[in-house]
Design a protein around this ligand. Structure first.
Ligand code: S3P
Length: 432
């Protein structure tokens, strides 16, 4: 994929459904009794992996254009799969399904692509083992053989890393446990699971403690089929917001974007950097807030932005594109407390630093983040390292370059969260 410098972006775009919400809608609908319809289901390859795995454990899934119909089997009504369940590139699929499969009375195998086979799974294996499930794996990496048990032992578990995937895995396992299963999260992470479990009729209790929030479900809960409308993915919107903000004459509207406070930190962060972002038509559907976004190009002066601490968990998928924004800011941008980026689809700290250097940027690498100084980006050959968000971040970098063409090796990885990304970009980019 070749990208040349642009002058502005203008127009109105629609984006695919939110990936995190789509995974959950599909899995919870499968665990429910009755038929659920999910509208604007994400077109992402990751969510297709979730649907494929659900079919393999006996769930009837019908695609109807942008909607999906799912015939629930009940929370412990899945059937033993004949083949390994291939989660593709999707960590969310693997970690959430681990929680579901741990509570079934059969054996199953979860596997995935080369990237997913390198990602840490001890973070779900350990607490699920404490609940009575057993796992076989090499070095806590996929493929994982899951020896399920029903019911699981209810436990209370303090999350060792700020991760919505681990939290969700534990709550799903808790639905098949013999009592109340609780997770304590010291730092708030995306709360789509809590909101959507309630939409499917489950009581999710939340208590604020000194050390964080305690969230629990009980093994007596039942899920009832529900219809869901998935908002557009704010993490996909982020690439367009940064681009619009950086190109002074831009004027862009995006409709129906998810505005859940545990995901919308990107909008707040950009506003703090002087972005003119207006939201309208704010509403809530199936417990998830959404809004229309209007952004105008150009930003005011900003101080010395350092992004660190609790907000990192609510911005984790937007950090690669914020690195690109750093090259456009008078005082650059620093990100700390983000070591989790090293265990995403690729090591996103290393990938961002390597590619930015290739594009002539002033960048420094830390164990837990990076610092990017204001730089004139020059077109170069960069690598997605097989990671969708790195591919999209560097497409934006190529458009913001002051000279030269940027070649993105492995650009097709955008399909993991946003098939059609380059076409949508093409529709709004103004070159002259
Ligand atoms: C996700 C949680 C985050 C995020 C990922 C999706 C989810 O991962 O990076 O893209 O849907 O729960 P972690 O739970 O590992 O932080």
């Amino acid at each position: 994929m070749l990208i040349r410098p642009a002058r502005a972006i203008k127009g109105e775009i629609s984006l695919p459904g939110d990936k995190s919400i789509s995974h959950r809608a599909a899995i919870f609908a499968a665990m429910a009794t009755g038929e659920s319809r999910i509208e604007n289901f994400a077109t992402s390859a990751d969510c297709a992996s979730t649907l494929k795995c659900l079919r393999q454990v006996g769930v009837e899934v019908r695609q109807e254009g942008p909607a999906v119909r799912i015939q629930g089997v009940g929370k412990s009504g899945f059937v033993e799969p004949a083949e390994p369940l291939d989660c593709g590139n999707s960590g969310t699929t693997m970690r959430l399904l681990a929680g579901v499969l741990a509570g079934q009375s059969f054996e199953s195998v979860l596997t995935g692509d080369d990237s997913l086979q390198k990602r840490p799974m001890g973070r779900v294996i350990d607490p699920l083992t404490a609940m009575g499930a057993s796992f076989e794996s090499e070095n806590n990496r996929a493929p994982l053989r899951v020896l399920g048990r029903n019911p699981l032992r209810a436990i209370e578990y303090q999350l060792p890393v700020a991760s919505a995937q681990i939290k969700s895995c534990m709550l799903l396992a808790g639905l098949n446990s013999d009592g109340e299963t609780a997770v304590i999260e010291p730092v708030p992470t995306r709360d789509h699971t809590e909101r959507m479990l309630r939409w499917f009729g489950v009581d999710v209790l939340e208590t604020n403690l000194a050390g964080g929030k305690r969230i629990s479900v009980t093994g007596t809960a039942q899920l009832t089929a529900a219809d869901v409308v998935v908002p557009s993915d704010i993490s996909s919107a982020a690439f367009f917001l940064v681009l619009a903000l950086s190109l002074a004459n831009s004027d862009l509207r995006i409709r129906n974007v998810g505005s859940n406070p545990t995901r919308a930190a990107i909008v707040e962060t950009l506003r703090n950097l002087g972005a003119d972002i207006r939201t309208s038509n704010e509403r809530e559907l199936n417990n998830e807030p959404m809004a229309d976004i209007h952004i105008l190009g150009g930003m005011g002066q900003n101080s010395n932005p350092v992004i660190k601490g609790k907000v990192i968990a609510n911005l984790v998928d937007e950090l690669p594109i914020l690195a690109i924004l750093g090259t456009q800011l008078q005082n650059g941008l620093e990100v700390r407390d983000a070591a989790e980026l090293r265990v995403k689809e690729t090591d996103r700290i290393a990938a961002v630093v390597e590619n930015l250097r290739r594009m002539n940027a002033d960048v420094e690498e830390f164990d837990d983040g990076f610092r990017v100084g204001k730089s004139d980006l020059k077109g170069a050959r960069v690598d997605s390292f097989g990671d969708h968000r790195i591919a999209m971040a560097f497409a934006v970098a190529g458009l913001l370059a002051t000279e030269g063409e940027t070649e993105i090796v492995g650009a097709e990885s955008v399909d993991v969260s946003f098939p059609g990304f380059f076409e949508v970009l093409h529709d709004v980019v103004v070159y002259e």
